[in-house]
Design a protein around this ligand. Structure first.
Ligand SMILES: [Fe+2]
Length: 265
């Protein structure tokens, strides 16, 4: 399996090559079709070779050229829960007189029960599942691959999670984190690695112990500076642990590890 990030518009979109088929995850704004063709051309892939198009959610910057691509062969696959949102952006494009937009052709769409997503992906040689992850919008979905990559569209970034406690956003992330993702691909932000394996604490094998030590020192009121000196781990790691610990009531060591990412990758 191969993942290609296609950057031809303001949206990060992805071509995922399975063992027996190709899936395009998201598209750009209307008017970016020729840029899209150039981008896949550089990968020596033609639009006709793509089997399916998945749309993270039907906002204009994610579905703008889906039908133009589908006109060449790929099938737009719509989750049952997205069904009522397929045309949400048509009114926006209707106001943009200078931009040619082709609405999704309902009769050619394949509706998929989200509970059948694993079988659907398996048929193109991709192991994973599609999850309903509302928060940014009701029709938002995420594609989670068993190999650890997760594509979340415009779901609010994991590192902002403390701002969204007890909301749909937190519920959606909890669902995603259960799949043990390693890398998160966003629709607009940079892809980030999740440090659950402890990669953020270089030179220390037992990240679990370090986190619980940091938590205990925080409980005792020790300053972050002194915690850093006592434990010898990165200042940014101590800060991340402290932020997660102080903003998530009753969070445990694993909960903290799950939420910490290595930023900027
Ligand atoms: Fe959006």
């Amino acid at each position: 399996m191969k993942i290609h990030e296609l950057k031809y518009s303001n949206t990060n979109t992805f071509l995922i090559e399975g063992d027996s088929g190709k899936i395009l995850f998201d598209t750009g704004w209307a008017g970016t079709f020729s840029a899209f063709c150039k981008a896949i051309g550089e990968l020596h892939v033609s639009a006709q070779e793509i089997d399916y198009i998945l749309i993270s959610h039907f906002h204009p910057d994610h579905m703008g050229i889906a039908q133009e691509i589908a006109d060449l062969g790929p099938v737009v696959v719509v989750m049952d829960l997205q069904r009522d949102h397929v045309h949400d952006s048509d009114v926006i494009f209707a106001k943009e007189k200078d931009t040619a937009f082709v609405p999704i052709a309902d009769e050619r769409v394949r509706i998929l029960q989200i509970s059948e997503s694993r079988e659907f992906l398996k048929a193109v040689g991709i192991d994973g599942e599609i999850l309903s992850t509302p928060g940014h919008s009701d029709d938002s979905i995420s594609l989670c691959l068993d190999s650890g990559e997760v594509f979340v569209g415009d779901l609010n970034p994991l590192y902002e999670l403390e701002l969204h406690r007890e909301t749909q956003i937190e519920d959606s992330w909890n669902k995603i984190l259960k799949a043990n993702p390693k890398v998160v691909y966003y629709g607009h932000a940079k892809a980030t690695e999740i440090a659950a394996a402890g990669a953020a604490v270089s030179g220390h094998d037992d990240v679990y112990k370090q986190v619980s030590k940091i938590m205990k020192l925080i409980d005792k009121g020790v300053s972050l500076d002194r915690i850093q000196k006592k434990t010898g781990v990165d200042t940014s790691f101590v800060e991340d642990v402290a932020r997660m610990y102080l903003t998530h009531q009753n969070v445990g060591v694993q909960g903290i590890l799950d939420r910490i990412e290595i930023k900027g990758k």
